[in-house]
Design a protein around this ligand. Structure first.
Ligand SMILES: [Zn+2]
Ligand SMILES: [Zn+2]
Length: 342
């Protein structure tokens, strides 16, 4: 059996190379050769040791573009040589959530690269049902389909329609995707982020207005941008409890807040604001096939571009050495993609 290299996170702050047998695709599975892998906040939290429900050792990597190499028995829908993107969520298909079509929040969900070994590895064998053919998408952009799909899901949860005013709080990768997809839906989008670097990125790469929520004049600027009133919808992509607690104060009466950013602790929401406005609060978790399909069509039409979130690339062969200086300690990193040059 041929061997391959995998980068294993052995314990917090320690990544080591392992030589493993190249997997043989089981029935219904495809063996894929990894071409690119995006680096996510989840990978950063796992490295730092503060990712909930996470066990070591683990091979990270769930934002994957790959080439199909071989098919297991009965595996259909993709062919060897095809370029694919991974939908990394393995759902049970039996629980109430799955039965109602919400496989994104399956009670037993297992995410490839989080709960089981992922794509910081030369090869991976995965169910063909998790693969999306993306022959027309560059490997760099295809690695971003999963984070863009998380953004697309949040926009769908918010029910964003044309001409309504939407505030996106947090201009990390998911917030940038949310802003771009809400704008593609025809909404008037305003972005808020405390980082001047990220506000500049929003202006340059998305062509949208970005405000600083820490400014004393933030509320006035927000109203000015939304025609003299507060926005109808706020989508929070910060995971920051202060921002999340404040979100209901930023919508108009009858408005909606969607939390796509995740905070491990409790939220404290002012009930007077919540009730007075008859606010709608929604969570948003992962994505479904419908969201991945939306992203692929927005990429094909040029409304979603890799440069909207991507600003760094790394080589797989040296990732054990570059991860800490170029990812963990890089204050200007928005999204990095790993290239598997062979
Ligand atoms: Zn991710
Ligand atoms: Zn389920």
């Amino acid at each position: 059996m041929t061997t391959m290299k995998a980068l294993v996170i052995a314990e917090p702050r320690r990544m080591v190379w392992a030589t493993r047998d190249r997997p043989a695709p089981a029935a219904g599975e495809a063996l894929i050769k990894i071409l690119t892998a995006g680096i996510c906040g989840t990978d950063i939290h796992a490295w730092s040791g503060n990712q909930p429900f996470f066990s070591y050792p683990r091979v990270l990597g769930h934002e994957i573009c790959a080439e199909v190499v071989a098919l297991g028995r009965g595996a259909e829908g993709v062919e060897p040589g095809q370029r694919v993107a991974l939908m990394p969520y393995i759902a049970c298909l039996h629980c109430d959530a799955c039965q109602s079509g919400k496989t994104n929040c399956c009670e037993q969900i297992s995410v490839i690269g989080v709960h089981q070994d992922g794509g910081f590895s030369d090869y991976l064998s995965v169910p063909v049902s998790t693969l999306l053919a993306v022959d027309e998408v560059t490997p760099e952009a295809a690695a971003l389909i999963e984070p863009f799909a998380i953004s697309a899901h949040a926009v769908r949860r918010a029910g964003v329609t044309a001409d309504e005013q939407v505030l996106v709080v947090g201009a990390g990768p998911i917030g940038l995707g949310v802003a771009a997809i809400a704008a593609a839906s025809g909404a008037q989008v305003i972005v808020a982020d405390t980082s001047a670097f990220r506000r500049q990125h929003v202006a340059d790469q998305l062509g949208l207005v970005a405000l600083n929520p820490a400014d004393a004049a933030f509320d006035a600027a927000l109203r000015e941008q939304s025609g003299g009133r507060l926005p109808l919808k706020v989508i929070d992509a910060t995971g920051n409890p202060a921002a999340m607690n404040n979100a209901v104060s930023l919508i108009r009466h009858g408005g909606t807040v969607v939390y796509v950013g995740l905070h491990k602790g409790d939220l404290v929401i002012p009930d007077s604001e919540f009730h007075k406005k008859e606010a709608t609060l929604l969570g948003s978790r992962n994505a479904t096939r419908e969201d991945f399909d939306r992203v692929c069509s927005l990429m094909a039409s040029g409304q979603l571009r890799a440069s909207m979130m991507l600003n760094h690339s790394l080589a797989f062969s040296t990732l054990d050495e570059t991860f800490e200086p170029q990812v963990i300690n890089n204050r200007e990193l928005i999204k990095g993609v790993i290239h598997f040059d062979r």
